[in-house]
Design a protein around this ligand. Structure first.
Ligand code: FAD
Length: 475
C-alpha cells in the first residue's frame, strides 16, 4: 500500500454493514473554523470526509449580516500580528484585510466624566494608572512562566488555579479602579465577570496572545485589522470547496466508538468512520451521547468549561461622524451596557458603523430585555461617548451569542476557579478514534479565530499520522 491509497476501514463490532450507514474515513463534528479547516486539510490528503453541522449555516462563532447595505461581523472580527494561521488561510481563500480605524482620540466614560485621550493608556489619574501599570506588568511577568500548552505543569499552577482574577487582584491590593478596568477586560475577553474565571486560565490565555498589550491593542495588537468581505467568508469559502461533504442541519447526537472507529448518529443520518474530529466548544460536547461514556476527566471538561456570555450591538450611520470631531470611534465605559466600542466602518468610510461589546453580567441583563429596549440602551451607550447623533442611526442590529442554540455563549469558554489543573491535560488528548478541535483546544491564540484554525490543522495532522503512517505530515 502506498501512502496515498485509501485507508481500509475496520469492521466495527456490533454494527452490521450497510443499512443506511454512510462509510467515510473521518466525520468532523461542527462546521466552524476549526472543523472546516480540519476537513479541508484531510480532504486535500485524499481522505473521505463528512462534516456534520448542527445549525443551518456554517461559520459557528463567525456570522455575517447586512444592515442598510453594509456588512457586519456578528462574531469573530479582528485579526492581528502573530495570528499567522487565520491570516494565511484567509489569504489563500482570497480575502482582503484592512486596518481598523485608529486615528484620533479615544473616549472614556469614567466615574461620571467623559475624557478624550490618545494611545492605549486611559486618563484615570496618576495613582490609578500606576496601579493598572503594575498589574499589567505582573500579569505579563507571571504569564511568561506559564506552560501554555500544559498549564497544569506550570510553576504554582495549583495556586493560580485556586484564584479567580478578582481574588488575585484582591491579594495584591489592587485599587477599585483596577478592579473596574479588569472587569471590562474580562467581560469582553472571556464573557464573564473576573470572579468567575480561573486566574491560571487568565495567565495562560494572555500569555498565548503574547501579553496584555498584544491582546488588547488595535495597532500592533489583536484588533489591528479586519476582513473587507467579513470573517464569515473564511468558513463560507472553505465550505464551498468542500461541497456536499458539508451537511447542514445535521446535529450529532450520539457517537458509538471502539478503539478502531466510530459510528456517528446525526439526526436520521449515520456515518461509520475510522476517526472523528469533535470541533465543538467543550460545553457543547455534553449534548452528544458517547458510548462508551468518555473517561471521567473528559466529561469534567464538558461541565467545567462553560461558555462565557458576550453580545454585540452595531449601529450604522450615514457617515462616521465621530471622525469629524477627531475621534477614533474607540471608547471605554465603566457604565454599560456597552463597555467597549470600535469603529467598524467599511474600508472606504462610505458609512459609519459603531460596534459595541456587551459582556458578562451586562450581557446577562441586556440579553433579557425586549429588542426595542436593547436598542435604546445600546444607542444610549454610544451617545454617552460620541454625542446625541449616535441616537439616530440608519440601522441597528444586535447578536446574542448565548441565544445561539449550537454555540451557547461566547466568545470562548471561561473555566472556573480550581478547574484548569485537573482538566487541561485532556483538552486535546485523543480518546481512541476521537480527536478534539476548536479554539478552546488551541496551543496558541486560544479563544480567537487563529486558535480555531490552528486546532483544526493539529487535529488533521493527528489523523493523518494515524491513518497515513507512511505519509509525510508537517510537524
Ligand atoms: C461576539 C464575539 C466576538 C469575537 N471576536 C473575535 C475577534 O475579533 N477575533 C477573533 O479572532 N476571535 C473572535 N471571537 C472568537 C472566534 O469567533 C472563535 O474563537 C472562533 O470562531 C471559534 O471557532 P471554532 O471552530 O473553534 O468553534 P465554533 O465557531 O463554535 O464552531 C463549532 C461549530 O459546531 C457546531 N456544533 C455544535 N454542536 C454540534 C453538534 N452536536 N453537532 C454538529 N455540529 C455542532 C456549531 O453550530 C458550530 O458551527 C469572537 C467570538 C464572539 C462570539
Amino acid at each position: 500500500m502506498t501512502s496515498t491509497d485509501p485507508v481500509p476501514l475496520p469492521d466495527y463490532a456490533g454494527e452490521a454493514p450497510g443499512h443506511g450507514v454512510e462509510r467515510v474515513d473521518v466525520v468532523v463534528v461542527g462546521a466552524g473554523l476549526a472543523g472546516l479547516t480540519a476537513a479541508r486539510a484531510l480532504t486535500a490528503r485524499g481522505l473521505a470526509v463528512v462534516v456534520a453541522e448542527a445549525s443551518d449555516r456554517v461559520g459557528g462563532r463567525t456570522k455575517a449580516r447586512e444592515v442598510e447595505g453594509s456588512l457586519v461581523d456578528l462574531g469573530g472580527t479582528f485579526v492581528g500580528p502573530t495570528q499567522d494561521r487565520i491570516i494565511a488561510l484567509a489569504d489563500e481563500l482570497g480575502l482582503d484585510r484592512f486596518a481598523t480605524f485608529d486615528a484620533g482620540s479615544n473616549v472614556i466614560s469614567w466615574r461620571g466624566a467623559i475624557k478624550h485621550y490618545r494611545g492605549t493608556i486611559p486618563p484615570i489619574g496618576p495613582i490609578g494608572l500606576a496601579d493598572i501599570g503594575r498589574i499589567q506588568f505582573e500579569i505579563d511577568r507571571l504569564g511568561r512562566g506559564i506552560d501554555t500548552a500544559h498549564p497544569e505543569r506550570s510553576p504554582h499552577a495549583a495556586k493560580w488555579d485556586s484564584h479567580s482574577l478578582t481574588s488575585w487582584l484582591r491579594s495584591i491590593h489592587a485599587l477599585p479602579s483596577s478592579h473596574t478596568l479588569m472587569s471590562i477586560v474580562s467581560g469582553t475577553t472571556w464573557g464573564c465577570e473576573p470572579g468567575e474565571i480561573s486566574f491560571l486560565q487568565v495567565l495562560r490565555y494572555i500569555a498565548m496572545a503574547g501579553g496584555i498589550s498584544r491582546m488588547l491593542d488595535t495597532a500592533g495588537g489583536a484588533q489591528e485589522e479586519h476582513f473587507r468581505q467579513g470573517s464569515w467568508q473564511v468558513s463560507a469559502r472553505m465550505a464551498a470547496e468542500l461541497g456536499d461533504r458539508v451537511r447542514l442541519a445535521t446535529p450529532v447526537t450520539a457517537v458509538d466508538w471502539t478503539d478502531d472507529g466510530a459510528v456517528v448518529t446525526a439526526g436520521p443520518a449515520r456515518f461509520r468512520a475510522a476517526r472523528v474530529v469533535l470541533a465543538v466548544p467543550p460545553a457543547l460536547r455534553a449534548r452528544i451521547a458517547f458510548s462508551p461514556a468518555l473517561p471521567t476527566p473528559y466529561s469534567a471538561l464538558t461541565q467545567r468549561w462553560p461558555q462565557g456570555i458576550l453580545s454585540k450591538a452595531y449601529a450604522v450611520y450615514e457617515q462616521p461622524f465621530w471622525r469629524d470631531a477627531g475621534l477614533s470611534g474607540q471608547a471605554l465605559a465603566d457604565t454599560g451596557p456597552v463597555t467597549i466600542t470600535f469603529d467598524a466602518s467599511p474600508h472606504d468610510g462610505s458609512r459609519g458603523i459603531l460596534l459595541g461589546f456587551i459582556g458578562g453580567d451586562h450581557a446577562r441583563h441586556w440579553d433579557a430585555l425586549p429588542p426595542a429596549e436593547r436598542r435604546i440602551q445600546a444607542l444610549s451607550s454610544f451617545a454617552e461617548v460620541f454625542g446625541e447623533k449616535a441616537l439616530t442611526p440608519l440601522g441597528f442590529t444586535d447578536q446574542l451569542w448565548a441565544a445561539e442554540a449550537w454555540t451557547g455563549g461566547g466568545p470562548t469558554a471561561a473555566p472556573a476557579v480550581g478547574t484548569v489543573v485537573s482538566t487541561a491535560p485532556y483538552l486535546r488528548e485523543p480518546v481512541g478514534p476521537l480527536h478534539w478541535a476548536g479554539t478552546e483546544t488551541a496551543e496558541a491564540w486560544t479563544g480567537f479565530m487563529d486558535g480555531a484554525v490552528r486546532s483544526g490543522e493539529r487535529a488533521a495532522r493527528e489523523i493523518l499520522r494515524a491513518l497515513r503512517p507512511f505519509a509525510e505530515v508537517a510537524p
